[in-house]
Design a protein around this ligand. Structure first.
Ligand SMILES: Nc1ncnc2c1ncn2[C@@H]1O[C@H](COP(=O)(O)OP(=O)(O)OP(=O)(O)O)[C@@H](O)[C@H]1O
Ligand SMILES: Nc1nc2c(ncn2[C@@H]2O[C@H](COP(=O)(O)O)[C@@H](O)[C@H]2O)c(=O)[nH]1
Length: 380
């Protein structure tokens, strides 16, 4: 099979902006997908959305809703269309672990968001070189022992696992620390943040809002650790439907009576709250059986025996404590370069250097990171 034709992206962009007189300002790039042109801005201003869209069919400019964390600075970047649903952006003069970004414009995530808010939507996703271990979602009724199991895992394997700190609108318990056990927040603030696309998932649980921010998962992955999420079944369902590939574990009690005993013995809820949690537990225990939702069911009868089974299915044993994964070697990108797309590879080139970005194993994407990228300097 012959190689796909190479496109010199910078030339294409220049001729396009000349033709349509887009009057690009400094550091801006224009990328055409179908009838729309996405102009990506290089400025960092807090009020700048960083993206505007020209719709050729209506002849109008639109400022889209921009989801996800945008790159810190795009003063100097090149862009290229991938699969008609996202734009790859390479930042000039940056480090190899910081330079790859994606602006998603028509992926499944974007189509879902457009249905919700009925506006033009785009979303940023940072490109990550290499792969990290799949996050672990742990679900189950309140009081079953999820937190106890997770605490043991974090204590025994601190360099291997990191906890995704959720946001919640419930009040902090006596020994809970803001930022460590939860990010305790006001409902109005959390609702605004949900609207702005900050959350991977969220749900109303026992009368309060709980949610996993995209950042909470990214912070753990960036530290080279495997992320553990302690979330309810609704949250697990949302994560299952998202682009985050995870292992899903449902923890069951040995009996409903034992669950009630544990909740009461914990002594953190009022009688009314215990009753509410027990009512919800009945529904959750049923939902835990939903076909295709959970990969593993763990019965937390004897704590130590259950912990052993958990470690086994995560593929770890007491004897080995893992160091964080060695990050890929970081190198500098040139100040100026051209981008050429050849099949699933992007060639980043100037007179002195050629760097290859391989997208063939790319996965994930907004609302999380885009993973599985490979990047190397070509010495041939
Ligand atoms: N296997 C077990 N046997 C007996 N008690 C247990 C066991 N596992 C956990 N517990 C106890 O049960 C209580 C509830 O556990 P834990 O707080 O870990 O539950 P949880 O599933 O995280 O609850 P929530 O969803 O409300 O946060 C705690 O007091 C804990 O010490
Ligand atoms: N969907 C989500 N559920 C979450 C999240 N963080 C915690 N939880 C679940 O809430 C209940 C109650 O927790 P508690 O701390 O008040 O006892 C429990 O089942 C958790 O799994 C989240 O981010 N999203």
């Amino acid at each position: 099979m012959g190689e796909a034709p190479a496109f010199l992206v910078d030339d294409m962009q220049k001729s396009f902006s000349d033709r349509f007189d887009l009057k690009l300002k400094g550091f801006e790039t224009a990328t055409v997908i179908g009838s729309k042109t996405y102009v990506i801005n290089g400025t960092d201003g807090p009020t700048s959305s960083g993206v505007r869209v020209f719709n050729k069919s209506t002849g109008e400019w639109v400022i889209p809703t921009v989801l996800g964390t945008k790159p810190k600075s795009l003063k100097g970047h090149s862009s290229v269309v991938l699969n008609e649903d996202r734009i790859l952006i390479i930042k000039n003069n940056s480090k190899s672990n910081e330079c790859v970004w994606f602006l998603e414009v028509d992926t499944q995530f974007i189509r879902d968001q457009k249905m919700k808010c009925d506006t033009e939507v785009v979303a940023w996703s940072k490109g990550v070189i290499g792969n990290s271990e799949q996050p672990v979602v742990i679900s189950g009724p309140s009081g079953v022992g999820k937190g106890t199991l997770i605490n043991k895992l974090m204590k025994d394997f601190p360099t291997m696992f990191g906890f995704s700190v959720s946001h919640t609108t419930r009040l902090a318990r006596e020994k809970e620390i803001n930022g460590e056990h939860y990010h305790f927040t006001k409902r109005s603030v959390m609702e605004e943040e949900i609207k702005s696309g900050r959350f991977l998932e969220f749900a109303a649980v026992h009368g309060n809002l709980y949610g996993t921010s995209i950042e909470s998962v990214d912070v753990v992955a960036d530290a080279g650790k495997r992320c553990i999420l302690d979330i309810d079944v609704q949250g697990a369902r949302s994560v299952r439907a998202s682009s985050l590939e995870a292992v899903f574990i449902f923890v069951r009690p040995p009996s409903f009576e034992e669950l009630e005993n544990r909740l009461r013995a914990r002594g953190t809820e009022t009688e009314e709250q215990i009753q509410k949690r027990l009512r919800n537990a009945k529904a959750e225990l049923e939902q835990g059986k939903s076909p295709g939702l959970f990969d593993h069911i763990l019965v937390n009868d004897d704590l130590e025996a259950c912990y052993e089974r958990l470690k086994n299915l995560l593929g770890i044993s007491e004897s080995k404590n893992f160091a964080p994964k060695t990050p890929s070697k970081v190198f500098d990108l040139p100040v100026d370069f051209t981008l050429t797309k050849v099949s699933e590879k992007i060639i980043i080139k100037n007179a002195e250097q050629e760097i290859v970005l391989d997208l063939s194993l790319m996965k994930g994407g907004a609302p999380g990171r885009t993973r599985g990228l490979e990047m190397h300097v070509n010495y041939d």
